[in-house]
Design a protein around this ligand. Structure first.
Ligand SMILES: [Zn+2]
Ligand SMILES: [Zn+2]
Length: 178
């Protein structure tokens, strides 16, 4: 592992001071390891168990980030409405320009202070990985149409909603006799 790993425990763990890296030769790389119980990404995305490792490599254009992170986010199941933790994954393969490109094309960059801010990028990847129809489990049974009970937690003891077609025929027969 070139350069060795660095476990980031700072207060803003996704803002990396890469000033030292900008002074290295092209090809030099350093790993940053992440392990955070709870963390807010950007201004609004709260996740737990953010873990993984990102390799930062000095290139002629700036710093290339490559790595894999995972985290959990609290979501509501669309079928049973219970809150559950969804595992999200982030795969980084992105170049941060340094010096920053001139105005015009939007790009990731490292400003003169040498702080590489991963927040906007990781926030975007996390949001992209959130399912459109979150399910607490693939085969979530949802609610009972009759009593509203959560079918994942208990099996209903009452009669099923559907009326047995044979009973239906008998009812018709009985009502004709009246
Ligand atoms: Zn569910
Ligand atoms: Zn029921």
């Amino acid at each position: 592992m070139p350069g060795g790993a660095f476990l980031n425990k700072s207060r803003h763990p996704l803002r990396l001071n890469v000033g030292f890296l900008l002074h290295k030769n092209v090809g030099y790389s350093r790993n940053f390891d992440f392990d955070h119980h709870t963390i807010r990404v950007g201004d609004d995305v709260d996740v737990t168990g953010l873990r993984g490792s990102i390799q930062l490599t000095r290139t002629s254009q700036g710093v290339y980030t490559q790595g894999h992170l995972q985290a959990r986010i609290s979501l509501d199941c669309v079928r049973c409405l219970s809150t559950f933790d969804q595992l999200l994954t982030v795969n980084l393969n992105d170049l941060f320009h340094h010096p920053p490109l001139q105005a015009g094309e939007p790009s990731l960059s490292i400003p003169e202070d040498g702080i590489l801010d991963l927040n906007p990028l990781i926030r975007e990847y996390l949001l992209l990985d959130i399912p459109i129809q979150p399910l607490c489990q693939a085969d979530c049974k949802g609610f009972c149409a009759e009593c509203g009970g959560n079918l994942n937690e208990s099996v209903c003891e009452h009669e099923p909603v559907e009326i047995d077609p044979r009973l239906e025929a008998l009812k018709t027969l009985l009502s004709e006799e009246e």
